[in-house]
Write a protein that binds this ligand. Structure first.
Ligand SMILES: C[S@@+](CC[C@H](N)C(=O)[O-])C[C@H]1O[C@@H](n2cnc3c(N)ncnc32)[C@H](O)[C@@H]1O
Length: 225
């Protein structure tokens, strides 16, 4: 692992739970790579590209919120968020047993209180077990309009969909704005979270599309009939 942040940065983000973030990084580099949860080349850039990028989202999550990470894979962004914010009740939602099982074992081994639901985000099981969940996060899983369709039955009106995206976030938001409105979301905005790190090692930055659900889909559809 080459990009371990400074102790100061670790403590600023994870407080007295920095040891859990380090344990997660070590697990990703070891079990995560061996189990094919992340690519072998990712081990060299775990912090900036994955853990800090994920943890940067915490500034958008309200105090004490319940949250679901749709398509969590190796636990990103849900696990770094849960480590940084013990007040957030996080559930990872991931359909593949070969991803869910090792993640579950890691959580048990380190005693991290994060829920794991083996299901597709759009399944009735996810709806029954999670809704209403006020915050949905997701990273590298699906296009915004698909995420909006999956999230809609899970979120209450006023709930937030936080999609970690890259440089093309604005293009994607513009391209999908009509579908997003049809799904009952507002116009959305792009937030740059975290810090650019200046010269002090890895960045914590993340580009996040923030969408708020403003109407239930059925209500909105009725108004268009
Ligand atoms: C490219 S990986 C990203 C994993 C993680 N979010 C990250 O940032 O590293 C996409 C993940 O989404 C999951 N996925 C695909 N379709 C899904 C669905 N319908 N519901 C929930 N998860 C899904 C896949 O199994 C996979 O683990």
């Amino acid at each position: 692992m080459t990009d371990l942040p400074s102790q100061e940065m670790l403590e600023a983000l994870f407080g007295d739970r920095a040891h859990l973030a380090i344990a997660y990084a070590e697990w990703l580099a070891d079990v995560g790579v061996a189990a094919g949860l992340i690519g072998p080349r990712e081990a060299e850039r775990l912090w900036e590209r994955h853990i800090l990028n994920s943890a940067a989202v915490v500034e958008l999550i309200p105090e004490g919120a319940q949250a679901a990470d749709l398509g969590s894979g190796a636990g990103l962004p849900g696990i770094p968020i849960a480590i940084a914010r013990p007040d957030v009740r996080m559930t990872l939602v991931e359909p593949l047993a070969r991803r869910v099982d090792p993640v579950q074992k890691f959580l048990e081994d380190v005693g991290l209180d994060v829920g794991v639901l083996r299901a597709r985000a759009e399944s009735s099981e996810a709806r029954e077990l999670l809704a209403p969940v006020p915050v949905v996060v997701s990273r590298a899983v699906a296009a915004l309009d698909t995420l909006a369709r999956w999230s809609n039955p899970l979120l209450p009106v006023g709930g937030l969909l936080l999609a970690v995206k890259g440089k093309t976030a604005q293009d994607e938001l513009s391209r999908t704005s009509r579908s997003l409105r049809d799904e009952g979301f507002d116009e959305g905005e792009i937030k740059t979270c975290g810090k650019d790190g200046a010269d002090e090692g890895p960045k914590t930055e993340a580009t996040v599309v923030v969408l708020r659900k403003v109407a239930s889909p059925s209500g909105r559809r009725r108004t268009r009939d």
